[in-house]
Design a protein around this ligand. Structure first.
Ligand code: RTP
Length: 155
């Protein structure tokens, strides 16, 4: 059985404006829930340009940065915190490769996206970025509830 700590790993997952507008919120939440992860924080919000620039600060030198920021501020997003063993890495697998042309069928991007600049969803790429992103997107904190580690999910 895994250490309690690893079961408490958290990832920041965001449904991008295209995912919201296309009505994929329920489908995406459902995939993470059915896997066995626990939803620890969720809100619908629109962000300002400066906030989106902060979220994607690591990419500020890239040529696609302005288009990426325009995309993220083009409509409301669903910001979420998901918890569970290996949720950062496994979350990235559920999401699929950045470029939907490379993401496997069965992944969110593989099933629902065609273009890189409309790839529906974001997921933290490391435990460290998850901490940073959760602090950025949920400065108010997240409601405390003890997930009752499901004995049919966790040994
Ligand atoms: P995300 O941060 O959104 O989960 O995506 P990621 O880690 O899979 O990819 P990353 O390299 O961090 O890029 C962030 C987002 O920027 C857009 N992008 N466009 N046109 C391009 O070459 C390009 N490269 C990246 C994508 O929307 C990507 O998700």
């Amino acid at each position: 059985s895994s250490s309690l700590d690893s079961r408490m790993e958290q990832s920041f997952i965001m449904i991008k404006p295209d995912g919201v507008q296309r009505g994929l919120v329920g489908e995406i939440i459902s995939r993470f829930e059915k896997k066995g992860f626990y939803l620890k924080g969720v809100k619908l919000l629109s962000v300002e340009r400066s906030f989106a620039e902060k979220h994607y600060a690591d990419l500020s030198a890239r040529p696609f940065f302005p288009a990426l920021v325009d995309y993220i501020i083009s409509g409301p997003v669903v910001a979420m915190v998901w918890e569970g063993k290996n949720v950062v890495l496994t979350g990235r697998k559920i999401i699929g490769a950045t470029n939907p042309s490379d993401s496997a069928p069965g992944t969110i991007r593989g099933d629902f996206a065609i273009e890189m600049g409309r790839n529906v969803i974001h997921g933290s790429d490391s435990i460290e970025s998850a901490w940073k992103e959760i602090a950025l997107w949920f400065p108010e904190g997240i409601a405390e509830w003890k997930s009752n580690l499901h004995p049919w999910i966790y040994e």
